[in-house]
Design a protein around this ligand. Structure first.
Ligand code: ATP
Ligand code: MG
Length: 366
């Protein structure tokens, strides 16, 4: 049984590009929020990413990885930069190493329409979009990462891996999440596995294991949907879905589609959660096209930080963490409901302005 705690050690990895800008805005909001709830956030700044690689030859050295692993949670901006790559030509993405090395199998990607933020669909029901894409983040087609082969310049192969153990853990995670959401929203939870079980052995196996797990969660409705039909329905009736567990690459694609529905990448938070560790970061990248201008939308980062506070609370640190999370989310919603508009949705409020307004909603002056 975890002991209630009112101080947490957070590894802060701002990374590159707008990652550093949204991280700064986020920390400025988190500090007064924590104080207000009688909580302590002790941030440890860690350097990792493309610029770190360019300057030191290591994107995330072992000491840095060790510090991150030792923290209660990891809050990450974004990493990578055009023109800076590993010698084999692949992107600098130490956040992927964190996922694999810390076993962060559950990629939690909420897709929620914020009050006042224009959605991509004209149907008034789109204002009620509120689902969570649950991207398996350690295997699937991404298990092939770094292991693919090109045979005699004639053919290339990557192998998809679906294991029972990870599918079971991800499925239990999905049903537990749906149950919590159902309690908050006052309606029965729905978990819809997204797969391609009609074509691939791996997905047929994933579906079988998913339904075995579903039998342990009779209070939540279990369903499955093909990825192609899901792509259609994400646009046609996204308000009908709740929790959507899926394979790694499908989740990668669907979460960008989902972000597009609700205002863009600047509104899409994420968490990568394992059994002992978790990384919280916006779904977007380093956005080199707008970096350094102070215009990046920090909303995804703020909502990711809210997910972090909530995760700390639900793991046993105490209800105060969940209350702080709920207040942060409500402060972000209230800012947009009152007319705040960032440049990515046609407004003028820059990164610092969003932080100032959100902080104001929790009674703090920045
Ligand atoms: P990655 O490979 O890391 O996923 P990416 O190349 O897909 O990165 P992003 O960095 O996510 O690209 O950006 C995609 C587009 O969305 C860019 O045009 C960028 O300007 C915009 N964008 C991303 N994040 C934000 C944000 N927080 N605020 C405003 N615009 C953003
Ligand atoms: Mg991308």
């Amino acid at each position: 049984m975890a002991v209630s705690r009112n101080a947490m050690h957070i590894a802060l990895m701002p990374g590159d590009g707008i990652g550093t800008e949204v991280t700064e805005a986020c920390v400025a909001v988190l500090q007064p929020l924590a104080r207000r709830h009688g909580l302590g956030l002790d941030f440890e700044m860690l350097r990792a990413g493309a610029i770190a690689y360019r300057d030191t030859g290591s994107a995330m050295d072992e000491a840095t990885f060790g510090r991150a692993r030792a923290a209660d949670a990891i809050l990450l901006g974004a990493m990578g930069w055009p023109g800076i790559r590993y010698p084999d030509g692949t992107e600098i993405a130490p956040q992927l190493d964190l996922r694999f090395r810390l076993g962060l199998y559950a990629g939690v990607r909420p897709i929620r329409a914020l009050p006042g933020v224009p959605v991509a669909l004209a149907d008034p029901r789109a204002a009620g979009i509120d689902m969570v894409i649950l991207r398996e983040s350690t295997e699937g087609l991404f298990a092939a990462r770094g292991k693919g082969e090109v045979i005699e310049d004639r053919e290339a192969r990557d192998t998809m891996v679906i294991t029972r153990a990870t599918t079971e853990r991800l499925s239990h995670f999905a049903f537990d999440l749906a149950r919590r959401r159902a309690a908050k929203r006052g309606r029965r939870g729905l978990v819809t596995l997204v797969d391609k079980a009609n074509v691939f052995t791996g997905f047929a196996f994933m579906r079988k294991v998913f339904h075995e797990v579903a039998a342990h969660h009779p209070d939540v409705t279990a369903a499955h949907h093909y990825i192609d039909a899901m792509a259609l329905d994400m646009v046609r009736r996204p308000w009908d879905f709740d929790v959507l567990p899926t394979e790694n690459m499908f989740g990668d694609i669907l979460s960008d589609l989902g972000a597009g529905l609700i205002g863009g990448m600047g509104f899409a938070p994420s968490a990568d959660i394992g059994d002992g560790h978790a990384v919280f970061q916006p779904s977007h990248g380093t956005a080199p096209d707008i970096a350094g201008k102070g215009v990046a939308n920090p909303t995804a980062m703020l909502l990711s930080a809210a997910m972090m506070l909530d995760w700390l609370g639900t793991r046993g640190a105490g209800e105060a963490w969940c209350e702080a999370a709920a207040e942060l989310e409500a402060a972000v919603d209230a800012a947009f409901a009152a007319g705040l508009r960032t440049p990515d949705i046609g407004g003028r409020a820059g990164t610092a302005e969003v932080a100032r307004v959100v902080a104001g909603n929790i009674g703090a002056r920045l």
